[in-house]
Design a protein around this ligand. Structure first.
Ligand SMILES: [Zn+2]
Length: 364
């Protein structure tokens, strides 16, 4: 690989701001890269659906053998405009008033550098497909709406987490619950007994709903507890939201049932009723540890002396949607550190290591 070119490429990408919803300039920059490298691409026009002025970029490079898909997101969190990257002791960070954007431009730089090397060398390689998505940081919106009919790959590598060697093969199913507890209003001073106290019922339910980590495979949270009204009125409405994330569907359903039974019990005590609306955000993701891609990642990293750690994460990434469309997707570290903060950084050595991994996977 050309280390200087890799660094220059990464710096060029992070200087082009692309906060979620405003990715257009960066899309154009990557299209320019594709043209220069002779890569066929298409615009996957999902911008309007996800509230962005950009588009997903999908590309395909013919080769021999089984196709492999690489996926990274083009958007960044804020503050991500006017990024001034600084190199210091082999580490690139921002000037301190913005994020760096290594999340996820380190992944894009690694993939395009690896491809450029392969084209220069004229060596044989697998067919490669690319999905560079929009609005990942806004809830995986670009990958959620992507046109999966364009892909032939059965396996994918998402390059969108921290430490080198970290491989995520498990992500949770996520549901949001919106709960409305209905009581009956009455004058709290004159005839309080005629009221049904929605706030007390909701509070008792919340007190009995687990928050945090009910088991190793799940996390739960309660938020937005609201019951507005005058102090002389028994509240007739209280609402709150919940989020449950679990690595297995069984545990997810169990925690939904438990939350609902706490709600039923509290409502019975107070004579209140409730409505529960459930929104499903994603299905559980699991890629077997002995699958071909993970085996190959282990082999390649072993030759580089990198220790592979396979783990789950409760956070989301585009791998969730690839997996939902039948593409076994792992997420691996690019070396980005302290993402989503103005202290974000990446070591050049790590950027080179992940580029070598991508190169090796493309060679097959
Ligand atoms: Zn990311």
């Amino acid at each position: 690989m050309d280390a200087a070119r890799l660094m220059e490429r990464f710096l060029r990408y992070v200087r082009c701001g692309s906060e979620s919803g405003n990715e257009r300039d960066f899309c154009l920059l990557i299209e320019e890269e594709f043209r220069r490298l002779g890569i066929d691409f298409l615009r996957d026009v999902v911008g309007e659906a996800v509230g962005s002025n950009g588009w997903n970029l999908i590309a395909s490079i013919p080769g021999e053998g089984e196709a492999i898909l690489f996926s990274c997101h083009m958007d960044t969190v804020t503050p991500g405009q006017g990024i001034l990257p600084i190199l210091e002791n082999g580490v690139i960070r921002s000037a301190g008033d913005t994020i760096l954007g290594a999340d996820d431009k380190s992944g894009i730089a690694a993939v395009l550098e690896a491809l450029e090397c392969i084209f220069e060398e004229g060596v044989s390689h697998r067919p490669v497909e690319l999905l560079f998505s929009l609005c990942e940081e806004r809830g995986l919106l670009g990958s959620r709406h992507a046109d999966y009919s364009r892909f032939k790959s059965k396996e994918a590598l998402v390059l969108d987490t921290g430490e080198i060697g970290r491989v995520i093969n498990r992500a949770p199913a996520i549901v949001h619950l919106h709960i409305r507890v209905h009581g009956k209003a009455s004058h709290a001073g004159v005839e309080p007994k005629k009221g049904v106290h929605a706030l007390k019922a909701a509070a008792e339910a919340i007190a009995n709903i687990t928050c945090g980590q009910p088991d190793d495979m799940s996390v739960m949270n309660v938020a937005n507890f609201v019951s507005e009204g005058a102090t002389n009125v028994v509240p007739d409405l209280a609402t709150f939201d919940m989020e449950i994330r679990s690595f297995t569907e069984e545990l997810l359903q169990k925690h939904i049932r438990e939350a609902e039974s706490a709600l039923q019990k509290a409502c019975r005590t107070y004579g209140a009723t409730y409505e529960l609306a459930l929104t499903r955000h994603s299905d559980p993701l699991y890629v077997a540890e002995d699958g071909p891609l993970l085996t190959k990642v282990r082999e390649l990293y072993a030759t580089m002396g990198v220790q592979v750690r396979v783990e789950g994460t409760f956070g989301g990434c585009d791998a969730t949607w690839l997996n939902a469309h039948g593409i076994a997707a792992l997420n691996t570290g690019t070396g980005m550190q302290q993402a989503h903060s103005v202290h974000e950084s990446i070591a050049l050595a790590d950027l080179q290591t992940v580029t070598s991994l991508v190169y090796g996977l493309i060679r097959g």
